[in-house]
Design a protein around this ligand. Structure first.
Ligand code: AKG
Ligand code: FE2
Length: 209
C-alpha cells in the first residue's frame, strides 16, 4: 500500500475527547494526524518562523511580552491582539499544509494563525479570552502544540463555584475551542516551576471582518 494512503487511513482514526467544562465547547485530540513527525514540525516551525518580540502596555507601563509571536494569514487581514495591530505574513508551505489538514478534519475554515513561542519555563500568557469582535460571536479556534508540555488553565469569567480547569497540552495535540467558550471562560498559561524546554503553539482562527 502507498505510504500516503496508509497515513490517510490511520489519520481517519481520530477520537476527540470532550473537556469537562460547563458553558463551553472544548475538545481535545491527543494526536493531530499529519504526515510529518512532531519533532520535525517543531524544528521547521521554530527555524523558519519570523519571530517578533512585541511590546505590551500593562497598567500604563511598556513591557516585552513574555514569549515570542508571529502572525501569518491571508493578505489584507490585520488583527488587533493585546492592543497590538498585527499584519499577517504570507503562508509558508508548512503552515498552509497544517491549515488544510485542520480544515479537512474539522470542516471549519481558517484564514490566519497566531504562533506563540514559549522559550522556557518563564514564558507565559496571561488570562484572556479570544473574543475580539473581528473573530465573530462564537469563534472556533484550533490550537496545535509542539515541543514541551505546558498546562492551559481555564477560569470561568463570572462563576466562582466552578473550579479552574487544567489541560495538559502535549506535543502533537489539538485543542478545539468553539461555541460560547470565549464568552464564558478565560484561559492562560502560567510560568512553570520546573525547568522546561521550548514550546510552540499555533492558534488557527477565522477573521470575519
Ligand atoms: O499557548 C497556548 O496554548 C494558548 C495560546 C492562546 O491562548 C492564544 O494564542 O490566544
Ligand atoms: Fe487564547
Amino acid at each position: 500500500m502507498e505510504k500516503d494512503l496508509m497515513d490517510d487511513l490511520f489519520a481517519s482514526d481520530v477520537r476527540f475527547s470532550k473537556i469537562d467544562l460547563e458553558e463551553a465547547d472544548v475538545s481535545f485530540l491527543v494526536k493531530f494526524p499529519f504526515p510529518m513527525n512532531d519533532q520535525s514540525i517543531f524544528e521547521k516551525l521554530y527555524k523558519e518562523t519570523i519571530w517578533q518580540h512585541e511590546k505590551v502596555v500593562v497598567w500604563g507601563k511598556s513591557h516585552l511580552q513574555p514569549r515570542l509571536t508571529a502572525w501569518y494569514g491571508d493578505p489584507g487581514r490585520s488583527y488587533t491582539y493585546s492592543n497590538t495591530v498585527m499584519y499577517p505574513l504570507p503562508w509558508t508551505n508548512l503552515l498552509l499544509s497544517l491549515r488544510r489538514e485542520l480544515e479537512n478534519l474539522l470542516e471549519i475554515n481558517f484564514n490566519s494563525v497566531l504562533l506563540n513561542l514559549y522559550r522556557n519555563q518563564d514564558d507565559r500568557m496571561g488570562f484572556h479570552s479570544d473574543n475580539e469582535p473581528s473573530l465573530g460571536p462564537e469563534p472556533a479556534i484550533a490550537s496545535l502544540s509542539y515541543g514541551a508540555t505546558r498546562t492551559l488553565l481555564f477560569k470561568h469569567k463570572r462563576r466562582r463555584d466552578l473550579p479552574t480547569k487544567h489541560v495538559k497540552l502535549t506535543s502533537g495535540s489539538l485543542l478545539l475551542m468553539k461555541g460560547d467558550t470565549q464568552r464564558n471562560w478565560n484561559h492562560g498559561i502560567n510560568k512553570e516551576t520546573q525547568i522546561c524546554g521550548p514550546r510552540l503553539n499555533l492558534t488557527f482562527r477565522n477573521i470575519v471582518k
